[in-house]
Design a protein around this ligand. Structure first.
Ligand code: PNS
Length: 195
């Protein structure tokens, strides 16, 4: 059993250890010990998840104890897949990593972080064009809530990938094999080509 308690104040506040949540794990023999659980969140639209997202999620899962993939419920944006469909696809393709939790959230990412006691956001950077917007968000998130953002350089193999581009290519019959997991490829074909 895992009991999570926040060490010193809220995420990112002075005195708190970034990315660390102190928790008490009861072993199978009944002995208790203190274990530091490092949790991060990978927030996004994931409409749908691509191999570029998975590159970042899988690398984060090797660096941290727990990675929460949080799917944004965006009522102002028309999406191809419902938020439940997007979350289900992510759950299916990340099962093998063993330390991923998939969740949905509405509103500010930092409010989600506060509620879930997650002090760090992980975001992938594909190119310089991502940098300006991501930097602005990271600075705002730090300013309003003290939440840190860690950037991970996307594998160059996936640097050109985006969910919107995937949808456009599939819609007009282009080949996206190897760019999204097979199960996601099938869902895209079904939804966009009716096959
Ligand atoms: O996959 P995306 O669309 O690039 O993800 C963007 C996302 C969801 C991380 C970003 O839009 C976000 O955090 N939205 C929630 C509202 C919010 O917190 N906005 C940023 C304020 S600085």
């Amino acid at each position: 059993m895992l009991y999570a308690t926040w060490p010193d104040g809220e995420p990112g506040c002075a005195g708190a250890e970034p990315a660390l949540v102190r928790s008490r794990r009861r072993s199978e023999t009944g002995t208790e010990g203190v274990h530091l659980v490092r949790r991060v969140v990978c927030p996004g639209s994931f409409d749908p998840v691509t191999n570029g997202h998975l590159d970042i999620i899988s690398r984060a899962s090797r660096l941290y104890d727990e990675v929460v993939v949080a799917v944004l419920i965006n009522k102002n944006k028309q999406s191809l897949f419902t938020v439940d469909e997007r979350a289900d696809m992510i759950t299916e393709v990340t099962r093998e990593y063993g330390n991923i939790t998939v969740d949905k959230f509405y509103g500010l990412t930092v409010d989600y972080c506060r509620k879930q006691r997650i002090p760090v956001i992980v975001r992938g950077l594909r190119a310089v064009s991502d940098y300006e917007y991501e930097l602005q968000m990271a600075q705002m998130n730090h300013r309003i809530a003290g939440v840190e953002t860690l950037f991970m350089a996307t594998n160059p193999e996936y640097a050109f990938l985006s969910s919107s581009l995937m949808k456009e290519v599939v819609k007009f019959g282009g080949d996206i094999s190897g760019l999204v997991p097979d199960s996601v490829h099938e869902r895209l074909m079904e939804r966009l080509q009716g096959s």
